[in-house]
Design a protein around this ligand. Structure first.
Ligand SMILES: Nc1nc2c(ncn2[C@@H]2O[C@H](COP(=O)(O)OP(=O)(O)OP(=O)(O)O)[C@@H](O)[C@H]2O)c(=O)[nH]1
Ligand SMILES: [Mg+2]
Length: 251
């Protein structure tokens, strides 16, 4: 059983996933065929350890919500991490950790003291300069789930780079990404480029559309409620994905 078939097994039944360009278009039809040796054969390790990593403003917000929802348990096996350029989003994360002393806190990492104001190349340069920090972050993980909003600088630049490092470290590398609203204009274009880059690096990409999600709500729904609902939806999807991968791993 190769890595591709394993991933098809993981993805079976979960909508909205995309594989790298080389994937068979018929992946949804293929049956999951778990084997005892499958997981360890993939990365040479048998003990499961997962990392859920939020990147940039949206990524930090979503991971903070996922962590505090307790749907995804913060145990010794699953570590929650948020990273950003600049400290604002990380301050909210740290405050949430303080409010829930019963949970293992979310680790926060500021790759730079300030953001690059939506400048993708600038954020990419920072990430490459900090490559050792990023590589250390994913070292030893069996499964890495990257969470980000695309269209700004940080999420668009850092997520594909971190996906590459996670893949190189031998982890199954998943991404759950949010695409911008139509009215955000040039951010849409930037998000398309980022998704293309990400598909080349990650094993599996789940896309969630802010626009599509908002259209399910009436125009007078407060944006905070729209975002909260989407956070829950993304959290649930990550939960299903991680459980499925773990089931296959332990079968
Ligand atoms: N669902 C959701 N989407 C968000 C949130 N915040 C921002 N977004 C979306 O995600 C896209 C990227 O925004 P950010 O995550 O703030 O950008 P960033 O990655 O921090 O990049 P820079 O700040 O530009 O370096 C935006 O264009 C929005 O469409 C959030 O809290 N929830
Ligand atoms: Mg930001």
């Amino acid at each position: 059983m190769n890595r591709r078939l394993f991933l098809q097994g993981v993805g079976a039944g979960i909508a909205g996933l995309s594989f790298p360009a080389t994937a068979s278009p018929a992946w949804l039809q293929l049956p999951a065929t778990p084997r005892k040796s499958l997981w360890s054969g993939l990365n040479g390790r048998t003990a499961g350890s997962g990392k859920v990593i939020g990147i940039g403003g949206a990524g930090c917000n979503i991971v903070r919500a996922a962590w505090s929802s307790a749907v995804l348990e913060s145990t010794d096996q699953t570590e929650f991490i948020c990273l950003d350029l600049g400290e604002q989003a990380l301050r909210y994360v740290a405050a949430a950790s303080e409010k829930h002393p019963e949970l293992a806190p979310v680790k926060t990492i500021a790759l730079a003291p300030v953001g690059t104001g939506g400048w993708v190349n600038g954020a990419r340069a920072v990430a490459l300069r900090q490559r050792q920090v990023l590589q250390a972050l994913v070292a030893g993980a069996d499964m890495v789930v990257l969470v980000a909003g695309l269209g700004g600088g940080t999420g668009s630049a850092v997520t594909p780079i971190l996906a590459r490092f996670a893949h190189e470290a031998g982890a199954l590398t998943f991404a759950a990404v949010v695409t911008p609203f139509e009215y955000e204009g040039v951010r849409q274009q930037k998000s398309h480029t980022a998704i293309r880059n990400l598909r080349r690096e990650a094993d599996l990409v789940m896309e969630f559309s802010n626009d599509g999600w908002a259209k399910r709500h009436s125009a007078d729904t407060p944006m905070i409620d729209v975002f909260n609902g989407l956070d829950c939806h993304i959290t649930g999807s990550i939960h299903v994905l991680m459980n499925r991968a773990n089931q296959l791993k332990s079968t």
